[in-house]
Design a protein. Structure first.
Length: 605
């Protein structure tokens, strides 16, 4: 087949002719899906859920009064032969995969390998066209004019075609984004256009190209040269091997005595030459992803921005949950950890003004903690010691109406099975790849858009290096403690218990222990809240980020700085706006104004 292709190939084929040799593959998204369809994975999950439900049904039947003698024996035999061995084998695989940081979905694992190999072949083909890192006419000519060059060109195209047909997903996938990059490479090689719209080329409202084709080709060549020089055709490779991918800009020390299971408390060291304020900020990170979302890199670090302004900074870090944390629930992560951390902070800073900042889930869980803290201090006759709370993309209302969470709640109702999650991941915790599945379902084609966006901007080494820390953070999530995950889904996301006032937390005060948290205690204690929310945020929609206007110390709420009032700030940003130096700069200005404003007195009575 290989020799037949070479013999029939024209001496100087066009980009269209080279693509025609591949035919139409899943990477071309032939049905124009607007999302990603992992149809094999979805089918397998439906089958697994059905098998688990069948196993549960057999077990329930075995416990019925009529299941005696032969009937009990048959039911026990059916479980032992039909469902239990398969479920146990799958559970063991899931447990080992989670422990090793691997994806338990074998179809996704194979997709990742296909993508990595595809990226490697793209790099190889690009390398055949370069001399001293630049596109070279002689090198390109060798691809069409020498037997060796022709053989290499068509061998790589054949392998890329086989990889595309081996892929296990349809629609807008990461492989689709890689195929678009292949199209630009073939256009750069042949200097001929492909049919249809050209990747990364600007078009006007009438669909006509704004950039002349010759200029577009030069940009394409520059992009490919940069990707080749940085070895950046594979995003995962960039995130793990690029020298620029390290995350964590600021120096810190772990506070002695703060280690509690996998959680710990970091104290960040002050910057040289910066005078420290008598004000401390306690940062509450989410239970998923690395806590370095607060400290990605230069120009992308909330912590560095706070240190520059003289704040003393502490950060709660939950780590990557291990087997010993699978049975720890939200009482631990949402109460015990914060109690321990704030006790240690107050031991060293008894009179220091203390502010709080929470990002996403970290903010969601710190709010009921602070409300319970306000209740406890009030019961002891003490004023609330934390009066300013800044929230970044923090959802608190979860419903099918105004919150904007209806799509995700529909996904949970359709796909989520708490008992199955417990059976599969109850001892190993929920892998980040499983969490990613749900996130991707509410962000159609997000793996495609992230990959395409990276390639589109990769016209300089600086742009590639600038993206590397974010890719590291994005592609290396942490395990979600199994019990806490089930509680998060059942009690907060679906039960909406924080919003409804039925969310319970433990307490050292007997009359409060295990009782619902009065979120109104924040207002009574004079706690000011600031919500910074994004108009383009599908994970924390604006309708769910309403803590400041609901529980802040004033009934009134204003958008910008007014002494003593809560504020809600809406921006045309997405969920992870801290990766933009511009957006982060705006946030730091807003939060600094908020922290520096005066604090009203607590409500009387």
């Amino acid at each position: 087949m290989h020799s037949a292709i070479i013999q029939s190939a024209p001496l100087r084929p066009t980009a269209n002719q080279l693509l025609h040799l591949q035919g139409i593959t899943p990477a071309d998204n032939p049905f124009n899906f607007s999302t990603t369809l992992h149809w094999k994975s979805d089918f397998s999950s439906i089958w697994l859920r059905s098998l688990h439900q069948w196993d549960q049904l057999l077990d329930k039947c075995r416990q019925m009064p009529w299941a005696k003698g032969p009937a009990e024996h048959l039911l026990t035999l059916a479980r032992a032969t039909l469902s239990q061995p398969t479920l146990e084998a799958i559970r063991r695989h899931a447990e080992v995969a989670a422990a090793n940081g691997d994806n338990p979905d074998l179809f996704r694992v194979q997709n990742d390998r296909i993508e990595a190999r595809y990226a490697d072949r793209l790099k190889a083909l690009c390398g055949l066209c370069l001399h001293n890192g630049k596109f070279d006419a002689k090198q390109v000519g060798n691809l069409f004019e020498t037997p060796r060059g022709i053989g290499e060109l068509y061998r790589i195209l054949l392998e890329l075609t086989l990889l595309e047909y081996s892929y296990h997903s349809q629609g807008l996938t990461r492989l689709s984004a890689l195929k678009e990059l292949l199209k630009t490479l073939l256009m750069a090689i042949t200097e001929t256009p492909v049919a249809g719209r050209h990747p990364y080329r600007r078009y006007d409202a009438q669909g006509q190209p704004v950039t002349p084709f010759a200029e577009y080709l030069e940009q394409a060549k520059q992009r490919l040269e940069c990707l080749f020089a940085a070895d950046a055709f594979d995003l995962l490779r960039v995130s793990e091997r690029s020298p620029a991918a390290d995350i964590g800009l600021c120096q810190y020390e772990v506070v002695p005595g703060s280690e509690l299971h996998g959680a710990s408390l970091r104290r960040y060291l002050p910057l040289p030459g910066v005078t420290q304020q008598e004000t401390l900020v306690y940062l509450s990170s989410p239970l998923i992803n690395q806590a370095e979302i607060f400290d990605l890199a230069e120009g992308k670090s909330v912590i560095h921005g706070l240190l520059q302004r003289g704040y003393q900074v502490y950060l709660v870090v939950y780590g990557n949950a291990g087997p010993g944390e699978s049975e720890l629930g939200l009482d631990f992560y949402g109460k015990e950890v914060h109690d321990r951390n704030l006790e240690l902070i107050r031991r060293d800073h008894p009179e220091t003004t203390l502010h709080v900042m929470g990002y996403c889930m970290g903010g969601t869980l710190i709010l009921p903690y602070l409300a319970r803290r306000a209740e406890e201090r009030r019961a002891l006759g003490l004023e609330m010691d934390i009066r300013k709370v800044a929230l970044m993309a923090t959802p608190v209302r979860f419903d099918d109406d105004k919150s904007g969470h209806a799509p995700m709640r529909d996904v949970i109702r359709t796909w989520y099975d708490g008992e199955l999650m417990k059976a599969m991941f109850g001892r190993s915790n929920v892998p980040p790849q499983v969490i990613e599945v749900g996130m991707n379902l509410i962000q159609p084609g997000v793996r495609y858009t992230v990959t395409r966006g990276f390639f589109e901007r990769a016209t300089s080494r600086k742009a590639i290096e600038d993206a590397a820390p974010f890719l590291n953070w994005l592609l290396h999530g942490t395990r979600f403690p199994a019990k806490a995950h089930r509680q998060w889904i059942a009690d907060i996301f679906m039960g909406n218990r924080i919003w409804k006032g039925t969310y319970c937390l433990p307490s050292t005060i007997p009359e409060l222990d295990g009782q619902p948290v009065d979120m109104g205690a924040l207002r009574k204690a004079g706690v000011c809240l600031m919500d910074y929310r994004g108009e383009r945020d599908p994970i924390s929609p604006m309708g769910s980020c309403v803590a400041s206007e609901t529980w802040g110390c004033h009934e009134a709420n204003e958008e910008f700085t007014t002494h003593g009032l809560n504020r809600t700030i809406e921006k045309n940003v997405g969920h992870i706006f801290v990766v933009s130096e511009k957006h982060l700069g705006d946030y730091m200005e807003r939060v600094t104004e908020f922290y520096q404003d005066g604090t009203p007195a607590p409500a009387a009575g």
